[in-house]
Structures are given as C-alpha cells and as structure tokens.
Design a protein around this ligand. Structure first.
Ligand SMILES: [Zn+2]
Ligand SMILES: [Zn+2]
Length: 124
C-alpha cells in the first residue's frame, strides 16, 4: 500500500461518509504534496477492491464510507451530515407488503439532524 493510500484510508476510518474534497483537504494538512487527482485515483481503486464503499449522493458530492457492507443512509438537508440507517430489512418489508420480488432498490432519506434541529429552534 502506498503512503498516500494509507493516509486516505486513515482519514476515511476517522471520518465516515466524507467527500473526496474533504479527504483531500485533510490529506493536504499531513502530506502537502498530495494532489486531488491522486485522491480520486486511490478512492477509485479502494472502492473497486471493496476496501471502502462509495455512496452516490443525488445533487451532491459522493461520499466514502468505511463500512463496505451495503446499507442505507439518511442525509441532513441542512448541514449534509450523513447517518447510517441501522439494518432494517427495508427490502424484505417491501417485498412482503407489495408481494413482489425486489431485485434492487435505491433509497434516499433526508432528515434534519439533532444538531440542526436544535439550532433552528434557537433561531425561532
Ligand atoms: Zn444537520
Ligand atoms: Zn454508512
């Protein structure tokens, strides 16, 4: 493993659901010579080799996750914090309800995180 890749991996382990750009900014603090292209290239390899999970975000930057097992996410519409949805068997639930075999699904859940809700209440 190259030291760039090790560094990117460390950053993802400490910051789950981080964007490539934020990985780059954090990496640059430790390794000033690192290029954004290097970050993207390594992320591509790591996702392909199933070391990390790439989470596409509608209308936003992709996120990178240390949990590689497929799982669902909820995105805070205010600050962009991403939260894991604990295993809820949404697929099985829908299959039962709709009486059909679901081959795959794509779920976007948006919410306001507790921190943003609290700040909103203060503003009101
Ligand atoms: Zn938030
Ligand atoms: Zn996740």
């Amino acid at each position: 493993m190259t030291k760039q890749r090790k560094l990117i991996d460390d950053i993802i382990q400490k910051n789950p659901h981080i964007t490539a750009e934020d990985i780059f900014l954090k990496a640059k603090q430790i390794m000033p010579s690192i290029a954004l292209g290097t970050v993207y290239r390594n992320l591509g390899i790591m996702a392909r080799e199933n070391e990390i999970l790439k989470i596409p975000v509608a209308n936003g930057a992709d996120r990178y996750d240390k949990t590689t097992k497929p799982h669902d996410h909820a995105l805070c519409t205010v600050c962009g914090t991403m939260k894991d949805i604990p295993e809820t068997n949404i697929k099985e639930l829908l299959e039962e309800r709709l009486n059909m075999k679901i081959s795959s699904y794509n779920l976007n859940i948006y919410f306001q995180c507790p921190k943003c809700l609290k700040e909103q209440k203060i503003k009101i």
